[in-house]
Design a protein around this ligand. Structure first.
Ligand SMILES: Nc1ncnc2c1ncn2[C@@H]1O[C@H](COP(=O)(O)OP(=O)(O)OP(=O)(O)O)[C@@H](O)[C@H]1O
Ligand SMILES: Nc1nc2c(ncn2[C@@H]2O[C@H](COP(=O)(O)O)[C@@H](O)[C@H]2O)c(=O)[nH]1
Length: 221
């Protein structure tokens, strides 16, 4: 099990990793927040999903997503290669199983940018490892403005994402944490603090038993 030594954690204890999930209606900002977390925190790795959707400008295959053909995706479903998968906006998305279980055991935290369907599936499989966070936009008008300003989707796709937004938002109460992304710096800071606190949960700190046992042993003083 990993013993991550950081300046914030000078007494490292073995810990089980967690599955940190960010969900939101499309355009609320979860990818923006996820990228910041990944840049600033070496202890968390992105769970790279497979998808049948076409690659967007600025995205890298294997880094943002594994972009696969329909046939390959369906074969992975048949082979039970996904921890969860779902249809979103006419495309399929799934979390490959490979490495996640071993990574968690070794103390790696994983960041998931997935929708409410995937969150439900992961929660059913491993509730104790899952930290579900929902990001809300400050308003529906601002959500539309962000999707337009992002400039990655045509008008029809934006309308489809807006139509789906209300359904996605209706799942906010399935999540342990809900953050409004009005100001991106504040939202990022709130999400970072959630991660920090969840890492300290007693049941995740598998090294505590030995740590306390050693500290309180009769011959320890
Ligand atoms: N607090 C904010 N204020 C203004 N613009 C923001 C804020 N947060 C994110 N954005 C911008 O809004 C757009 C949508 O953000 P982002 O792509 O992160 O959303 P998303 O929730 O990941 O969407 P999708 O589910 O479609 O991937 C981006 O252009 C991003 O720069
Ligand atoms: N259930 C899953 N949902 C996923 C996964 N990867 C991404 N997503 C969600 O799809 C939409 C659209 O994403 P986009 O990148 O095409 O804009 C968004 O809500 C993502 O969170 C996954 O593996 N499983």
């Amino acid at each position: 099990m990993a013993d991550p030594v950081t300046t914030e954690n000078p007494t490292p204890l073995a810990r089980r990793g967690l599955m940190f999930i960010l969900s939101s209606p499309s355009g609320a900002g979860k990818t923006t927040i996820a990228r910041r977390l990944l840049q600033s925190d070496a202890g968390i790795a992105l769970s790279v999903s497979a998808t049948t959707r076409p690659i967007r400008p600025g995205e890298t295959d294997g880094k943002d997503y594994h972009f696969v053909e329909r046939g390959e995706f369906d074969a992975m479903v048949e082979d039970h290669a996904f921890l969860e998968w779902a249809h979103v906006f006419g495309n399929s998305y799934g979390t490959p199983k490979a490495q996640i279980w071993a990574g968690l055991k070794a103390g790696t935290d994983f960041l998931f940018d997935i929708d409410w369907q995937g969150t439900q599936q992961l929660s059913q499989r491993a509730r104790e490892d899952v930290v579900p966070v929902f990001i809300l936009p400050p308003s529906i008008d601002e959500l539309r403005r962000r999707l337009i300003a992002r400039g990655t989707d045509d008008k029809n796709v934006i309308e489809a994402r807006m139509e789906r937004a209300r359904a996605e938002i209706s799942h906010w109460s399935d999540y342990d944490y809900v953050v409004v992304n009005d100001d991106v710096d504040r939202c990022y800071e709130q999400v970072r603090r959630i991660l920090e606190a969840e890492r300290l949960r007693r049941e995740r700190q598998t090294g505590l038993v030995n740590f306390v046992r050693k500290m309180t042993a009769p011959d320890a003083v």
